[in-house]
Design a protein around this ligand. Structure first.
Ligand code: DGY
Length: 345
């Protein structure tokens, strides 16, 4: 019999001397330093060739893992959670967004879910700002033209875009990332407007000179650039619907570094194709990694492959957060980044 004691939620503590190491299944390849540390601390099962797990592989993983470490590329739906063995008590997501995990099913099964907030804020805000600059200034279009050998030299009316300074930026979702975007945008002379479930603290609003719009429709009608920075939830799915997109002005630019399904992508294509809005900068897509072919054809869209948090430092910090969450949990303590807490059974 292995030595056991009970932790924070009555779960078996797996780190008492002599106890077996917890089995941690990691679904994607992580930075080397993170994988090595995981091997040292846990019985870690790594994904050496980094192939996205099939549903069958996910079902097999949850049948034996004590801890599952998924990413946004895994669909942890109710069926996967139902297939989990009784030993699975923690899903320690590598990433901040948890829309790919059925949280209700996890909660019902007594599985705790954690994420990695905070450590990817600045990187994601940088990429958002890059798209806020790139779309109105036609940077990707200019680069494509030059590489195609079509540049014929400077001309007074060539490649004209829209000035950034003095425009109104409407941020949807004023959490950590939204605020980090606002700080950067102020440096570029944009005025800050935002829509959120609740206004942010007065001191933050004051610091950012930000204007709160309770009514999203009204905000959209008055903005030059709109940046989507909220999580994908039941409430925010399709938030920028065809009806709402129609509120935007013809010179408006839409930027999305959050999740594709927050925008009605087909309606966005309609608006871009018919020039009812000027441009878009998109890092996320409704059916990623499949990108709507209509978007690929458009010159007035800057497209990046979900790389908001893709920095070496960011991904290592995300891995460290995952490890801290697992360590806390298997030590019998509440993990710091709990999205939901499994119910003690
Ligand atoms: C996040 O952390 O949510 C990133 O979008 C990658 O999943």
């Amino acid at each position: 019999m292995l030595p056991e004691s009970l932790g924070w939620q009555g779960q078996v503590v797996l780190t008492v001397p002599g106890a077996r190491k917890p089995v941690v299944v990691v679904t994607r390849k992580l930075p080397e330093a993170v994988e090595v540390r995981m091997m040292e601390l846990f019985t870690a099962r790594l994904n050496i060739d980094d192939h996205p797990y099939s549903n069958a592989e996910l079902l097999a993983a949850v049948a034996t893992a004590d801890v599952l470490v998924p990413t946004v590329t895994d669909r942890i739906d109710a069926a996967v959670i139902r297939a989990a063995g009784p030993q699975l008590k923690l899903i320690a997501n590598f990433g901040v967004g948890v829309n790919h995990i059925d949280l209700k099913a996890a909660e019902e099964r007594g599985i705790t879910v954690t994420n990695t907030p905070g450590v990817l804020t600045e990187d994601t805000a940088d990429l958002t700002m890059a798209l806020i600059l790139a779309a109105p200034r036609r940077i990707a279009e200019g680069e494509r033209l030059l590489r195609a050998g079509k540049w014929q030299g400077w001309a007074p009316t060539f490649m004209l875009g829209h000035r950034i300074a003095g425009q109104r930026l409407g941020i949807i979702g004023m959490g950590r990332i939204g605020q980090a975007v606002a700080r950067r945008a102020r440096g570029f002379g944009l005025s800050i407007h935002y829509h959120n479930r609740h206004p942010v603290a007065e001191v933050t609003e004051h610091e950012l000179e930000a204007t709160y719009w309770q009514d999203l429709d009204q905000m959209l009608a008055h903005m030059d650039i709109v940046s989507v920075n909220c999580p994908l939830t039941d409430e925010t799915r399709n938030l920028l619907s065809a009806r709402r997109l129609a509120k935007l002005q013809p010179h408006a630019v839409v930027v999305n570094t959050a999740r594709g399904a927050i925008i009605d992508e087909a309606a966005l294509c309609d608006m871009l194709e018919s020039r009812k809005i000027a441009a878009a900068g998109l890092d996320v897509f409704e059916n990623a990694p499949h990108v709507n072919p209509r978007l690929l054809k458009l010159e007035n869209v800057v497209l990046t492959p979900h790389m908001g948090s893709a920095t070496f430092a960011g991904r290592i910090a995300m891995g460290e957060k995952v490890i801290i969450n697992i360590r806390s949990f298997v030590d019998g303590n509440p993990p710091p980044d709990r999205v939901i807490e499994g119910v003690t059974t």
